[in-house]
Design a protein around this ligand. Structure first.
Ligand code: C2E
Ligand code: CA
Length: 532
């Protein structure tokens, strides 16, 4: 026979079973963090299996993570339930155990906190490249990826808030870097605790952070918590929130969020987008305006050419100048890197490359008429060689300039965009026959460089500036660079070292057998090349 007591007992057992199915350790702690109740495998956290009852839980938490438990205790009244939060405990033998923590506060129980802890494989908490090891916050890229996925595929209300925190750098200056690091950890703990799943918070700039959350009010609450946590440092937080809404593709969401976050980093106070769709519309309008401006610049040739010398490391003589484009938009100099990337993204790089070729050819001819001789290299995007639309037009322009082809090196950039390998190979062979030289830009970045080296019968390669920058570092080994130089030598391909900023780098490249150097040490890009 089963009576009401049996039913209650069964029911209770059922809930206990549910609890154990989800977690392994259960603790109840008071407002100061003293353990009032323990169950499950709590002995995992104690010394020699001793009970934790009556001891402060904070003593068990790994010191780097105590801010997390503190922030969790702070925010439980506001959030009701928090977790899973990754948190580490230290054991008596010095080992560290990583667990996932869920917290709940029951109304009317005098700030008693119920915690359940579940194992978490260390690997998922350890730095996977997307998380900063010191703060546990996602990196900008890691956050973007997570935010775009989550905001594209969301259930229930979801928001992204960006927070700019003024005062961290000042605090570093005033109180030292240890203090600033502690502060950063506290800020991180608040953001993680308030984020949708305890981990969806990231650092997106030096003083800018972002997190995903479920309630609109979380943004103000987080700003206030951070300002309170950094009272001694006089922190000031400015936040902007956007809501996830309607169906945009993942690519569109990622572009929109990147746009929102970069606008926010530029001017936190002026960032007033309300939702992803709203930001998308504004971004699309701006993009169209930029495309129009860029098209106008291409059609009228109203951009400038700067020239940077490429110098023989043996003799110091200028071999040629690389042409680097310079853009002024609305009276402001814009970064060529951004403009070129933009032109590639919106599919007008082909028109731009053509326009630059025409401009450079005109320039070389004009200089010749004036009795001066200038040799140049021109950047050509892999996309332009690939493009069915403009390949013929490019060929017409270049083959029509055979009178000056010996003064021009074609630098292939963005080679990863090349898919129709044989076609590009044929086109380049035609250019070579017409007297142009071929150079591979950014050599050493990505594996494909070697494949192109042979297939495109190149005359010259530019060794990526990364290899040159590393030269001053104590751990630097030239093995890889040396093997690239040897390979090029064997194939009769000339080498250029980029971003040479010091005499040491120039001498080092020379000693490795690199033929030419380019960089601020030899000369910055200027509007008037040295001519002979
Ligand atoms: P890139 O082809 O790798 O050009 C070299 C970049 O390194 C230039 O940046 C140059 O100003 C910079 N640089 C030169 N010496 C040094 C140095 O010693 N240290 C450092 N840190 N940097 C140095 P810039 O002019 O901003 O151009 C950026 C990129 O934009 C270029 O990278 C190229 O990919 C693209 N670009 C520029 N003009 C054109 C163009 O007319 N057509 C195409 N397709 N791309 C262009
Ligand atoms: Ca280049």
């Amino acid at each position: 026979m089963s009576g009401p007591n049996d039913d209650i007992k069964k029911e209770r057992e059922r809930f206990v079973a549910f609890a154990f199915a989800a977690a392994e350790i259960f603790l109840e702690i008071d407002a100061l963090g003293q353990v009032l109740f323990e169950s499950g495998a709590a002995d995992k956290l104690s010394s020699n299996g001793r009970s934790l009852l009556g001891t402060p839980l904070f003593d068990r938490v790994y010191s780097e993570d105590s801010d997390i438990l503190m922030a969790l205790m702070d925010h439980l009244d506001y959030k009701g339930r928090i977790g899973p939060m990754p948190i580490r405990f230290k054991l008596d033998d010095g080992d560290i155990v990583a667990l996932r923590l869920f917290g709940l506060r029951m109304p009317g129980r005098e700030k008693r906190t119920f915690l359940s802890l579940r194992s978490a494989p260390l690997s998922s908490l350890a730095d996977s490249g997307a998380t900063d090891t010191a703060t546990g916050l996602l990196t900008r890229d890691g956050f973007m990826e997570l935010a775009a996925k989550t905001m594209q595929n969301f259930d229930g209300p979801l928001f992204m808030t960006a927070i700019s925190i003024e005062g961290i750098q000042e605090s570093r200056k005033k109180f030292g870097s240890r203090h600033a690091e502690r502060l950063l950890k506290r800020i991180s703990a608040h953001l993680k605790t308030l984020s949708a799943d305890g981990m969806s918070a990231g650092q997106i700039g030096e003083s800018e952070f972002a997190f995903l959350h479920r309630q609109k009010g979380d943004a103000d609450y987080a700003s206030k918590s951070i300002e309170d946590a950094g009272k001694d440092s006089d922190l000031k937080a400015v936040a902007a929130t956007i809501a996830a809404d309607q169906d945009l593709g993942e690519g569109e969401v990622i572009r929109t969020l990147t746009y929102v976050l970069s606008k926010f980093c530029e001017n936190p106070d002026g960032c007033t987008f309300t939702s992803v769709a709203d930001a998308y519309d504004i971004m699309a309008g701006e993009t169209q305006k930029r495309v129009n401006t860029m098209r106008h610049m291409i059609e009228t040739g109203s951009f400038k050419m700067a020239f940077q010398p490429v110098v023989s490391l043996q003799t110091g003589d200028i071999h040629h100048h690389e042409v680097l484009s310079r853009f002024t938009i609305d009276g402001r100099e814009e970064s060529p890197q951004n403009i070129i990337r933009f032109a590639e993204d919106v599919g007008i790089i082909e028109e731009f490359d053509l326009s630059l070729c025409v401009k450079a050819i005109d320039y070389i001819r004009k200089m010749r008429r004036l009795g001066s001789h200038v040799d140049v290299s021109l950047n050509l995007s892999g996309r332009t060689l690939e493009s069915g639309r403009l390949r013929d037009a490019l060929a017409d322009i270049l083959i029509g300039a055979q009178d000056i082809s010996r003064s021009i090196v074609l630098e292939l950039t963005e080679t990863k965009a090349i898919e129709d390998f044989e076609r590009v190979q044929k086109l380049l062979a035609e250019f070579k026959t017409s007297g142009f030289q071929i150079c591979l830009d950014d050599f050493g970045v990505g594996a494909a460089g070697y494949q192109y080296l042979r297939a495109f019968d190149v005359d010259m390669v530019k060794i990526s500036g990364e290899y040159v920058r590393e030269m001053g570092e104590a751990t630097y080994r030239p093995t890889f660079l040396l093997s690239m130089v040897r390979l090029c030598d064997d194939l009769g391909v000339k080498t250029v070292g980029e971003h040479v900023e010091t005499r040491f780098q120039a001498d080092f490249l020379k000693s490795l057998g690199v033929k030419y150097g380019q960089g601020y040490y030899f000369g910055r890009p200027t509007f008037s090349p040295k001519v002979s």
